[in-house]
Design a binder for this molecule. Structure first.
Ligand code: BGC
Length: 799
């Protein structure tokens, strides 16, 4: 890296300080004088938004790709996303998200892989090496313990050393040590009292010291809260640009004032240049224009991955696949408007959308006797139509929290959306409150849903009365993904005065994005349920599609409850009453309680399947593809049974990870609680027979092999899981922990051998006294299993 060292030496302090701060939300400057190109990052993780945010490939959501339990497939997916990034002139994808599934309410649950660090690590390594094989960087996020959205910018996570080492850090460690990830994103939250962007122990001690991380650490967007501490304690790049704390010469001033040593700036620049050198950008900057290319092979990959991620939770009496020539009734708003992905920075515009209604309709032809919506699924409302507001919208902008004094700017705009996004931001403005007002005249009479959206706390008043209150403000809300909502009867032709007050809760320089939505929402609930039941009763089989969408599951806010939104349970119950041959398709990213589960003959969990959602769900329903998924996370019967229940969301600004290492199935095992759907569980349309497992090797270096035969009549896949149960050593340990797994895809009659390699870490625990890993000597049990509760055999070994 002679180039890099020489460049660092040639750069002036001013140039160096400019290179460690973004210049726009997605771009980072180089140095023209020395021919160092500027570069670009983009979200992540289900696609690449690109510089223009135009349409792109949308692959299945992160929980879905973990549910494939297929690192080789995820590697291919990473390669495809790397190619997308190159098309889009993007140098680094802001992905993967490897935070853990701690509370089922977490708004970004869908955006993370699993409750298990080993499964998360395997999937993350495959994704990163896939992306990086294309010369595009990956950025693993959010370091660390960023597992909830509640108080996302300020919450202090109180987590003990052992839980960090055994549960929350391993996916990052694997990303660094095994995948050579080029960047790590430091989170919004605090960890044990230190902000995640200024962590002497976690960033300098562990990441850069112990793990030898040679890439750079970037702040989450707008995460840093001061100039000096992040510069001293591990951060290398402030984003989003223009940087609030390092920009405008502030970092340079700190160096000149002797508060930050220049050698620290050199190190930051060296890390960033090291990345550009690795990516080949230093000598050959990309010279093509951004392109949005829809590749058939990527479409096919997204579809295969989606089918391989779907979990066949139950299938009594072989109700699935929908064979023969029986008739089918399709129920649910989610069948027609099939959610592709969750909300927030992970969302992007897909190349195309597909729905279950269209795709299944094509496959079944006249066998599909009809579709009934049953219940509404939406929570938000579309923007107020322009024809309702002929006089436009007036905006008042205040440099304060609230509306003190005089506005510094007043504007009139035709529509309430994105009227002012920070152009000519005044020098002395460090926060922004917005009041917008207009008069609207609805075109139809009836019950309307009203919606208030914005980054900050947005309250919507209709004729002076509070109609919607956006308590869950933040990034997702700012993108219009969820907001405060309420219902009001509006009369056609009548004028209503609308006011939206948009007030940040703290002083911060976020761009202001606000919107007001109004939509007719007068579907009669009882009538909808009756129609659904009547249609279901007429067919041989009913397929009811329920779930969630980006309005309910998004970055920016946690969920209010883990029930299906809008009481869709009632819809499922009504369809089950009407037709015993009912298939329930669940399309969601996070755990739901399913009170009707035992009554449903067939349940297929589709996650958020990406742009090929409709096609892939149809593939599995009609049996063109085997449902290849296994649960990446345990789902509970009741929220009270979940591990973090008593320690979520925290109080007085602190969330205590009181369940410690007992996360996910570690908890259900230790407490002897039966999960509703166990970790690792999932069926197939074919059947398998497992032969006698064998173990070879010495000490902690062991290989477990299990022969598996497809005894059915269709091709299908099986996942062999190996858990390790430790000897008792006087130290609390989970009864068993996943040590490895292997997925086999077999034709009818074919036998394959699952080979699972164990390593020292498979047996180790973190010892907070010696601050090191230890392997207690003694007899360990290797448990060969098809899920955390379906244990097939075990072998004792001496270590
Ligand atoms: C999210 C990150 C994302 C960034 C840029 C943040 O709000 O937490 O995951 O990469 O925005 O969109």
């Amino acid at each position: 890296m002679a180039d890099v060292q020489a460049l660092v030496a040639d750069l002036t302090l001013e140039e160096k300080c400019r290179m460690v701060v973004g210049e726009s939300p997605w771009t980072i400057p180089g140095c023209e004088r020395l021919g160092i190109p500027g570069w670009c990052v983009s979200d992540g993780p289900v696609g690449v938004r690109g510089r223009t945010m135009g349409p792109g490939l949308v692959v299945p959501g992160p929980s879905a790709i973990a549910a494939t339990w297929n690192p080789a497939l995820v590697h291919e997916l990473g390669q495809a996303l790397g190619t997308e990034a190159t098309d889009r002139k993007v140098d680094m994808i802001l992905a993967p998200t490897v935070n853990l599934h701690r509370s089922p309410r977490g708004g970004r649950h869908f955006e993370s892989y699993s409750e298990d660090p080993e499964l998360s690590s395997r999937i993350a390594v495959a994704y990163i090496t896939g992306v990086q094989s294309q010369g595009v960087g990956a950025c693993v996020k959010h370091y660390v313990a960023n597992d909830q959205e509640f108080e996302r910018f300020t919450i202090n996570v109180d987590v003990d050393e052992r839980s960090l080492r055994e549960i929350y850090l391993p996916p990052f460690e694997a990303a660094v040590k095994e995948a050579g990830v080029r960047a790590v994103m430091a989170a919004y939250n605090f960890v044990n009292g230190h902000h995640a962007c200024a962590q002497p122990d976690l960033l300098i001690g562990i990441l850069k010291g112990e793990w030898g991380f040679d890439g750079f650490v970037v702040s989450d967007w707008g995460a840093i809260k001061e100039t000096v501490a992040p510069a001293l304690y591990g951060l290398d790049l402030e984003m989003a640009g223009p940087g609030r704390w390092w920009g405008k010469g502030q970092l340079q001033e700190a160096v000149e004032a002797g508060k930050v040593d220049e050698s620290l700036i050199d190190d930051k620049v060296r890390r960033i240049l090291g990345f550009l050198h690795w990516a080949g950008r230093l000598n050959t900057p990309t010279d093509h224009d951004e392109a949005s290319i829809e590749r058939p092979e990527h479409r096919d990959l997204a579809r295969r991955t989606a089918a391989e991620s779907m979990v066949l939770v139950r299938n009594q009496g072989g109700l699935l696949p929908l064979a023969g020539d029986g008739t089918v009734a399709l129920i649910g708003a989610a069948a027609a408007d099939t959610a592709l992905l969750g909300g927030g920075s992970a969302s992007l515009i897909p190349h195309r959308t597909t729905s279950v209604l269209e795709s299944l309709g094509e496959r079944l032809g006249p066998r599909l006797i009809g579709h009934a919506t049953g219940l509404e699924m939406r929570r938000n409302a579309d923007a107020v139509p322009k024809s309702w507001i002929p006089d436009g919208v007036s905006f008042e902008l205040y440099n304060s929290i609230g509306f003190d004094g005089e506005p510094f700017e007043t504007l009139t705009r035709p529509l309430p959306f994105n009227a002012w996004i920070g152009d000519n931001w005044p020098e002395d403005c460090d926060t922004l409150s917005v009041r917008l007002e207009f008069t609207m005249t609805p075109e139809q009479s009836g019950r309307h849903r009203l919606c208030a959206l914005g980054f900050a706390h947005a309250r919507l008043y209709v004729d002076g009365q509070l109609a919607a209150d956006n308590q869950v403000d933040g990034f997702g809300a700012g993108l219009g993904l969820h907001g405060g909502h309420g219902y009001l009867h509006l009369e056609a032709g009548q004028q209503y005065h609308i006011r939206l007050d948009h007030v940040p809760r703290e002083r911060r320089q976020w761009v202001c994005i606000v919107d007001v939505g109004v939509e007719l929402a007068d579907m009669d609930r009882e009538q909808g349920l009756d129609e659904a039941a009547a249609l279901a009763a007429q067919a041989d089989t009913a397929v009811v599609v329920v779930g969630s969408n980006a309005e309910w599951e998004s970055e920016g806010g946690d969920r209010d409850s883990i029930e299906l939104p809008n009481q869709q349970d009632e819809l499922v119950e009504r369809v089950l009453d009407a037709n015993p041959n009912t298939v329930v398709v669940l399309n969601c990213g996070a755990p739901m309680t399913l009170p009707w589960l035992d009554r449903a003959k067939a349940v297929l969990l589709a996650w958020y399947p990406g742009q090929e959602a409709g096609e892939a769900i149809a593939d599995v329903l009609v049996g063109d593809a085997d449902p290849g998924g296994r649960m990446p996370t345990s789902w509970a019967w009741r929220e009270q049974d979940t591990p973090a229940f008593l320690n979520y969301p925290g109080e007085a600004g602190v969330v205590r990870y009181g369940e410690g290492i007992f996360v996910g199935y570690r908890w259900y095992d230790a407490r002897d609680i039966e999960p509703m759907i166990p970790f690792g569980h999932g069926g197939s349309y074919t059947t398998f027979e497992w032969g006698q497992p064998e173990v070879s090797g010495e000490g902690t270096q062991r290989t477990v092999t299990v022969p598996v035969t497809n005894t059915g009549e269709r091709p299908g896949s099986e996942v062999v899981q190996v858990y390790v149960s430790p000897p008792s050593s006087g130290v609390p340990r989970p009864p068993k922990e996943l040590a490895g797994f292997a997925k086999l895809t077999l034709d009818p009659g074919e036998t394959g051998t699952a080979a699972i390699e164990l390593r020292e870490r498979s047996f180790a625990r973190w010892d907070p006294e010696t601050h090191d890993w230890v392997v207690d000597p003694g007899q360990y049990q290797l448990v060969v299993a098809a899920s955390a509760t379906d244990l097939r055999s075990h072998m004792d070994i001496e270590v």
